[in-house]
Design a protein around this ligand. Structure first.
Ligand SMILES: [Zn+2]
Length: 680
């Protein structure tokens, strides 16, 4: 390969620091954790392949009352308990070949000392003070719920909050409102856009100072100079992003590492922890006088056959099951291909096996084995040289053009974390084109002929196919590292990790390159694969239900629908027309409908009632899929006092018939009615 020196040198001056959230050890690792980690691993691998000096951090979050209680329930010390679960995370990442450069545990000495240094620095800068706190607290989420009354549900998990009174250290979050809003003016700081808008409206609504210490339990990092208090677990956890790379260390080498890698290029997170990362974390850093991360990217939830995986549903999929049956690459490819990064995505064993067979076994795997087998058979295992212009056809050029297009498009998609689009480009634009090219040019028929024209045509077809295969393999390597490394070796190209992706271009495959041993990289999965995975999961579930109950006490059953009849029924006495006139019923049209996380029955709707758009939370999720409601006209009680359901304000109520024991049925009209019309 030529001209590789220049870009390599340039890139080595660039650094890239990427983090996963550190995973809370109240849960065993599951596919949701694997999803975030795989996305980060893919980005890190691609950056390294481009010659960027890359640091990829993951780890575990191990303090807080929830852990203390879980350890107690399991009859273990918190240290034993956290050692065990952190060990499981580490082992899983090793098994999956995750390429993290460090694994930080918040119970490590290095983290504790440096976290205390961060606390001191913020206190010395005048942003931490002591005060009293009385209020509602969710022990499950370790969260103070502002403005809640005793017994109100937690906005995140719906469990009842408990009243606590404590003398605490407070962080002056209120001092950072304007600075944070300035920060969000940069559209790349929080992605995707929906999350950015949520954060902006939260911060605009006003920030209150936050309690950042606890004195009612001891499993945490002691507040410097006041060890009766431990540091709030979220504050403690967020700091891992700087403590792991040497912030607050007295060692010169570690300080240098910190200077080199901080600020992070991207914190990759799940959408449920956006507020902590986009509001509190930048505020802590501003208070400490430290640079801010460049970007925060929030991905959506992984749903299992359309419903959210959760311990209480018992439908969490273990990563190990998939690794056992189909391997790591299959899982990586499926998650990044099937789910549009940033949005919720659905997981099912059927879809996984289908994707595996169509794209990996029949797609890339088949392209590699048929192309390389023919080079073996017809050219003694050496890459033939494409013939001269005379026998070239337009089809040859099409493959080359598609490959070039894919290379440039992919680069942009990966940079924007659009994994799904990048893979679609490789598979649909490039691999499908080459497949078609091979079928149409029939190299197996050319191979039967001995005349010079046929030989030369055969050489061109196989060279073109092999070169496209090489490009697809290089582009896909960050996503499916194992299989692509094998294909690379089979193509006689050596260690794919040594390939500089920034130099990738058409025509680098050399004449006479000697192929290695050819073996299938993705054996086809048969129908029993789905069954086997389901059986493994069922067995596993039987044995973990008890444990899950210990770790996460079940929330009370979800509040039933907002369907209570709005109009007093006749048997409670007659009402006057004036009474009825008090109820403002209006026709609205549904603009947005989506499920409410962790609430089976609830949908969040945005309903246009002519004069305004209302948010209404309605208990109709079991009767109507959200996508079927958009555009539908409904009747709403428009003057109902607002109320909160699962932390969401509901401004009005949808009217539906509620048959005894049946599902609610929305009101509708046989004739067209204008939006905003009043029912009277
Ligand atoms: Zn909660």
């Amino acid at each position: 390969m030529t001209n590789t020196n220049e870009p390599r040198k340039q890139n080595m001056n660039r650094k890239f620091y990427i983090t996963t959230p550190i995973y809370y050890v109240n849960a065993r690792p599951h596919i949701g954790h694997a999803y975030t980690t795989i996305a980060c691993d893919t980005v890190a691998r691609r950056q390294r392949m481009l010659g960027t000096d890359t640091f990829f951090l993951t780890g575990t979050d191990e303090h807080g009352q929830k852990i203390e209680r879980a350890a107690q329930a399991a009859g273990k010390t918190p240290q034993q308990f956290t050692d065990e679960v952190a060990g499981e995370f580490r082992a899983l990442w090793q098994r999956m070949g995750i390429s993290n450069d460090d694994f930080i545990r918040t119970t490590e000495e290095r983290h504790k000392k440096r976290m205390q240094e961060l606390f001191r620095r913020i206190r010395d800068n005048g942003y931490i003070y002591k005060g009293r706190y009385t209020g509602q607290y969710c022990f499950s989420d370790e969260l103070y719920v502002d403005g809640a009354k005793p017994g109100d549900p937690c906005p995140i998990c719906g469990r009842p909050t408990e009243t606590v009174e404590e003398e605490n250290y407070f962080f002056k979050l209120s001092a950072f409102q304007d600075k944070l809003l300035e920060l969000y003016a940069n559209p790349d700081f929080i992605r995707p856009e929906t999350r950015r808008n949520e954060v902006i409206s939260f911060v605009r609504s006003g920030l209150r100072d936050q309690s950042i210490s606890r004195s009612t339990f001891s499993w945490g990092i002691p507040v410097p100079d006041d060890p009766k208090h431990v540091i709030y677990v979220w504050f403690d956890a967020l700091a891992n992003y700087i403590t792991a790379i040497g912030f607050g260390s007295t060692d010169a080498g570690e300080q240098e590492t910190f200077e080199k890698y901080w600020p992070a290029d991207v914190h990759m997170i799940g959408k449920e922890i956006v507020r902590f990362h986009c509001v509190y974390w930048p505020a802590f850093l501003l208070a400490a006088g430290l640079p801010l991360p460049k970007a925060i990217m929030a991905h959506g939830w992984l749903l299992f056959e359309e419903s959210k995986m959760s311990k209480s549903r018992g439908n969490i999929v273990r990563t190990e099951t998939i690794l056992d049956v189909l391997g790591t690459d299959a899982l990586r490819y499926f998650l990044l291909r099937e789910v549009v990064f940033g949005q919720d995505g659905s997981f099912s064993f059927d879809a996984l096996v289908q994707r595996y067979n169509s794209d990996l076994a029949n797609g890339l795997g088949n392209l590699a084995s048929r192309t390389l087998t023919m080079i073996n058979r017809y050219f003694k295992g050496e890459v033939p040289y494409p013939s001269h212009a005379a026998t070239r056809t337009a089809a040859d050029d099409v493959v080359r053009e598609k490959a070039e297009w894919t290379m440039s498009e992919c680069s942009q998609f990966f940079t924007d974390y659009q994994f799904s689009a990048a893979l679609e480009s490789i598979w649909i634009r490039l691999i499908a084109t080459v497949d078609k090219y091979i079928v149409e040019n029939e190299p197996w028929a050319l191979g039967e002929k001995q005349d010079e024209d046929s030989r030369s045509r055969l050489a061109t077809v196989l060279y073109t196919s092999a070169e496209a295969l090489r490009i697809a393999t290089a582009l896909a390597h960050p996503v499916i590292p194992d299989a692509t490394a094998k294909i690379w070796v089979q193509m006689g190209l050596g260690d794919i990790k040594k390939f500089d992706l920034s130099t990738l271009k058409w025509g680098q495959l050399h004449l006479g390159t000697k192929l290695g041993n050819i073996e299938p990289v993705f054996p086809r999965a048969d129908k029993s694969a789905v069954e086997r995975m389901q059986q493994m999961e069922d067995q596993q579930r039987g044995s973990t239900v008890e444990e899950a109950k210990i770790v996460a006490p079940q929330p009370p059953a979800a509040q039933p629908a907002v369907m209570a009849p709005a109009i007093p029924s006749a048997d409670r006495g007659k009402i006057t027309i004036d009474d009825f006139a008090k109820i403002e019923l209006r026709v609205g049209v549904v603009k947005v409908a989506e499920r409410v996380p962790k609430a089976d029955k609830l949908l969040r709707l945005e309903i246009d009632i002519g004069t305004e758009v209302r948010q209404v939370v309605a208990g109709i999720a079991e009767a109507y899929a959200p996508e079927t409601l958009v555009g539908r006209k409904v009747v709403i009680v428009a003057n109902l006092a607002p109320r909160k359901l699962r932390g969401l304000e509901s401004n009005g109520m949808i009217v539906a018939a509620s048959p005894e024991g049946g599902k609610p049925v929305l009101t509708g009209f046989l004739e067209d009615v204008p939006v905003g019309a009043r029912l009277k």
